[in-house]
Design a binder for this molecule. Structure first.
Ligand SMILES: Nc1nc2c(ncn2[C@@H]2O[C@H](COP(=O)(O)OP(=O)(O)OP(=O)(O)O)[C@@H](O)[C@H]2O)c(=O)[nH]1
Length: 326
C-alpha cells in the first residue's frame, strides 16, 4: 500500500462500506465513465483496490471491500492507512436494512478518529433513487440521529460527520465527490476568490473548475450550485473534449484549448482548458428575450473573457507550483 507524502501533493480518500453498498459502482461510474446500469453485473471486490487520478491535487481513491473485516492485519496495515488518508467516505445502502452498517461505521469512526483526528468523515446515504422524496429526508434524518447517538456513546460527540444523499443514476454522486475533494484542496478559498473575479468581469452566471476526466469540480465561484447548471456544464465537457487523447502530451499543442457554444435558449457556454486535466467551464444564462443574447458584441465580450481566463490560468499555474495538500 502506498504511503502518502505531502511533498508529492497526493491525497488519499478511503472508501468503505458493507458488501454490495455500492463502492465499486461509484468508482467505476465516476472515474471510468461506466454506464450506471452496467454496474449491476460487477463482481464483489475481494482485495483493496486503488484508483488514482491527477487533478489540482493528485488523488487516490482506495476501496476496501465490504467483505473484509476492518482490521484484517494480513491484508493491510489499517493504522498506517488511517494515519495517511485525508478523507474517509463510508457508503450506506439506503435501500437495505442499515442498522448493521451504522454499527460498523461507529466502530470505524472511533478507530479512525483516534489515529487521525484531522480526518474528514463523509457518509454517503446511497442508492436513494429507490426512495420517494419524503422517504429520502426521513432516512437522512434517522441516519444522522443514530450516528449522533452512537458517537455520543463512544464519547466522540465533537466529531464532525457530513452526510450526502447519493445515487449513481443522477449527478448527486458527482456533487458529493466534488464537495469532498474540495475539502482536501488547501487553496480553495483563493480559488473561489479568483473564480468570483472571473465571473464578475466576464458576465458569467456560474463558473466551475472541472476535472475533465471525472466531471468532479474541484472549485467553483461562491454562488450556490444548482444541479441543473452543473449538469449542463458537465455535459458540455463531453461534447467538446475528446477524452481519450486528453493527456497525450504529443498532441497537446494541436488540441483546441477553448470552446464557446450558444444554446437555443440563448445561454452561452464557455470552456477553456487549464493545467493538469482541468477545464474552466462557465455559463451565461441569457434568457431568450435577453437582448444580450443577440448582441453582436458578444464576440467582443469573448475576447475579454479569454483574457480574464488566461489571467486565471496563470494564477492557477503559480498556485499549483506552490501547492500542498491538507
Ligand atoms: N439502485 C441503485 N443501485 C446501485 C447504486 N449503486 C450501486 N448499485 C448496485 O448495487 C450493487 C452492488 O454494488 P457494488 O458496487 O458491487 O458494491 P460494493 O460496495 O463494491 O460491494 P463489495 O465489492 O461486495 O464490497 C450493484 O448491483 C449495483 O448496480 C445506486 O446508486 N442505485
Amino acid at each position: 500500500m502506498e504511503a502518502i507524502d505531502s511533498k508529492d501533493k497526493k491525497a488519499t480518500i478511503l472508501l468503505m462500506g458493507l458488501r454490495r453498498s455500492g463502492k465499486s459502482s461509484i468508482c467505476k461510474v465516476v472515474f471510468h465513465n461506466m454506464q450506471p446500469l452496467d454496474t449491476l453485473y460487477l463482481e464483489s471486490t475481494s482485495k483493496p483496490t486503488t484508483e488514482t487520478f491527477t487533478s489540482l491535487i493528485d488523488l487516490a481513491v482506495m476501496e476496501l471491500p465490504g467483505q473484509l473485516s476492518l482490521f484484517e492485519p494480513s491484508l493491510y496495515d489499517s493504522e498506517k492507512i488511517f494515519a495517511s488518508i485525508g478523507a474517509l467516505i463510508y457508503v450506506i445502502d439506503s435501500q437495505d436494512e442499515y442498522l448493521s452498517a451504522l454499527q460498523n461505521l461507529a466502530v470505524i469512526i472511533n478507530y479512525a478518529y483516534k489515529i487521525n483526528p484531522k480526518l474528514h468523515i463523509e457518509v454517503l446515504i446511497h442508492k436513494i433513487d429507490g426512495l420517494s422524496e419524503d422517504f429520502r429526508l426521513d432516512t437522512q434524518r434517522d441516519i444522522m440521529q443514530r450516528v449522533g447517538d452512537d458517537l455520543l456513546d463512544y464519547g466522540l460527540e465533537g466529531v464532525q460527520v457530513s452526510f450526502y444523499l447519493t445515487s449513481i443514476f443522477d449527478h448527486s454522486v458527482y456533487e458529493a465527490f466534488s464537495r469532498i475533494v474540495q475539502k482536501l484542496v488547501v487553496e480553495l478559498p483563493q480559488l473561489e476568490n479568483l473564480l468570483d473575479l472571473v465571473m464578475q468581469y466576464s458576465g458569467f452566471d456560474k463558473v466551475f473548475l472541472f476535472d475533465v476526466n471525472s466531471k468532479i469540480y474541484v472549485a467553483t465561484d461562491s454562488s450556490p450550485v444548482d444541479i441543473q447548471t452543473y449538469e449542463v456544464c458537465a455535459e458540455f465537457i463531453d461534447v467538446t473534449i475528446d477524452l481519450d487523447g486528453l493527456y497525450e502530451q504529443s498532441e497537446e499543442a494541436s488540441r483546441p484549448t477553448k470552446c464557446v457554444s450558444r444554446l437555443q435558449s440563448g445561454s452561452v457556454l464557455y470552456l477553456h482548458r487549464m493545467i493538469r486535466g482541468l477545464a474552466l467551464v462557465a455559463i451565461s444564462s441569457f434568457g431568450k428575450d435577453d437582448p444580450r443574447a443577440e448582441n453582436p458584441n458578444v464576440k467582443n465580450a469573448i475576447s475579454i473573457i479569454d483574457h480574464n481566463v488566461n489571467v486565471f490560468k496563470k494564477s492557477l499555474e503559480t498556485m499549483w507550483e506552490g501547492s500542498r495538500i491538507r
